[in-house]
Design a protein around this ligand. Structure first.
Ligand code: PMP
Length: 443
């Protein structure tokens, strides 16, 4: 398998960095929060795959739901006014639970195309409102919004831009509200004021009547699990309303129980104009993403459809098998998984906090089952680990040898997003194996 993988399977994020020398690691089975590799090693999956297997592995009821739908109707297009029962029912169930009036749902295959779809819907919206010059988009440093070409331009991680001529000139960024490393310090109110001022200044520079939308993650995931101060989302949402800029909450990671409820926006007490979701929507069993649109946005787009048609849609939009899985996963979340996630999340955060005195640990942060520790060379000065001491791959490898899957970001951040089904023993194993990995990193 290692040879075949090297010869034929492309892994852009890892293999271009030379990781193929070491060879692929192959997972063969999984149950609950435990994955098994081809050498028979059992590991606790502290990252739920790629922050997606929120329900955990091996749920027979999900398998049944998918198999039943494959037998009954494996495919139906959402083009030409056609549809399928599970897609319609899932849209209705989601609209019922989404914040405020986010009642209109467009299904995609994952997060990147959900983000791309918002860009198209938003352009269409401003055309229909007679303001087509509103074609400028603002997102945030350290933000991640996908690796399609448009999504990668909204993403602010430079390795997703290199060589592609992105971001486009209509894609702008403001600084991240990164409490641990914010130039204004760690005070929440000061950070909120700085972000508000940065957004105002950016809008002034671009031109108030040119800005179409602002994108924010409730917690910045791929940038290193950066948790903005409490009240930050609400303040930014309020300013966007004041400036008549559409607000997109990218909940691809935070949605579906990752931070506690089905939508992190609920905790943030906001109703955005759009939510993008994926990952936990189908818990990784099959691909699916979703765009949630507010009533007032949908009405403008629907009313404008006759005058300036914009074709948009994917072959696998609203896929019936994915929708059937989505419906079953939703039942599981509400049948106890969300609750278990909240309980396990408290244990996870307490466990990570208990590592705070470790000489390498500079910061511990998170919400629910989404957490990180940031490793530093000097705690007082918050000095990042020197480049040669923070080969994230080595920490990842060590953790793997210790029976733990975590995300080791290049900037010395270790990310945690375990399945919501974790038992106390799973969480304790995550903490113990992290502590062991950190001790070995010190040696
Ligand atoms: N938005 C956010 C916030 C994400 O975290 C991700 C994926 N990590 C995406 C969009 C893109 O999703 P996908 O990988 O499913 O295309």
């Amino acid at each position: 398998l290692i040879e075949l993988d090297r010869a034929h399977l492309v892994h852009p994020v890892s293999s271009y960095r030379g990781h193929e020398q070491q060879g692929v690691r192959v997972l063969t089975s999984a149950k609950g929060a435990t994955v098994v590799d081809s050498r028979g090693r059992q590991l606790v999956d502290g990252f739920a795959g790629l922050w997606c297997v929120n329900a955990g592995y091996g749920h027979e009821s999900i398998v049944e739901a998918a198999a039943r739908q494959m037998r009954d109707l494996p495919y139906a297009t959402a083009y030409f006014g056609l549809g399928s029962e599970p897609a319609i029912r899932l849209a209705a169930e989601l609209a019922d639970r989404a914040p405020g009036d986010l009642n209109h749902i467009y299904f995609t295959l994952g997060g990147s195309d959900a983000v791309d779809s918002t860009v198209r819907f938003i352009r269409f919206y401003w055309h229909a409102r007679g303001e087509p010059q509103r074609d400028q988009f603002i997102s945030i440093e350290q933000g991640y919004h996908g690796s399609s070409t448009v999504g990668a331009g909204l993403t602010a991680l430079p390795n997703f831009h290199a060589g592609f001529g992105i971001p486009f000139d209509w894609q702008h960024k403001i600084p991240s509200p990164y409490p641990y490393r914010n130039p204004v310090g760690e005070d929440g109110n000061a950070i909120i004021q700085a972000s508000l001022a940065a957004l105002r200044a950016k809008v002034d520079t671009i031109g108030a009547n040119r800005v179409a939308a602002f994108y924010a993650e409730p917690i910045q995931g791929s940038g290193g699990v950066i948790v903005p101060p409490s009240g930050w989302m609400k303040a930014m949402r309020g300013l966007c309303k004041e400036l008549d800029i559409l607000f997109v909450a990218d909940e691809v990671i935070t949605g579906f129980g990752r931070t506690g409820p089905l939508f992190a926006c609920t905790e943030d007490e906001i109703v955005p104009d759009f939510i993008t979701a994926a990952k936990g929507l189908t818990s990784g069993y099959v691909p699916m993403g979703a765009v949630f649109m507010a009533d007032h946005v949908y009405q403008v787009i629907a009313d404008g459809a006759g005058t300036s048609a914009v074709g948009h849609g994917y072959t696998y939009s609203a896929h019936p098998v994915s929708a059937a899985v989505g419906l079953e996963v939703l039942k599981l979340y509400e049948g106890g998984l969300l609750e278990n996630g909240l309980r396990a999340g408290k244990r996870l955060m307490a466990g990570l906090e208990s590592l705070k005195d470790h000489p390498l640990v500079g910061d511990v942060r998170g919400r629910g089952m989404l957490a990180a520790i940031e490793l530093v060379a000097d705690k007082a000065a918050k000095t990042p680990l020197p480049a040669e001491a923070q080969p994230s791959r080595r920490i990842f490898d060590r953790a793997w040898e210790n029976g733990l899957v975590i995300r080791a970001f290049a900037n010395g951040v270790l990310g945690y997003a375990p399945p919501l089904c974790c038992t106390d023993a799973d969480i304790d194993a995550i903490i113990e194996r992290t502590a062991k990995t950190l001790d070995q990193t010190l040696e």
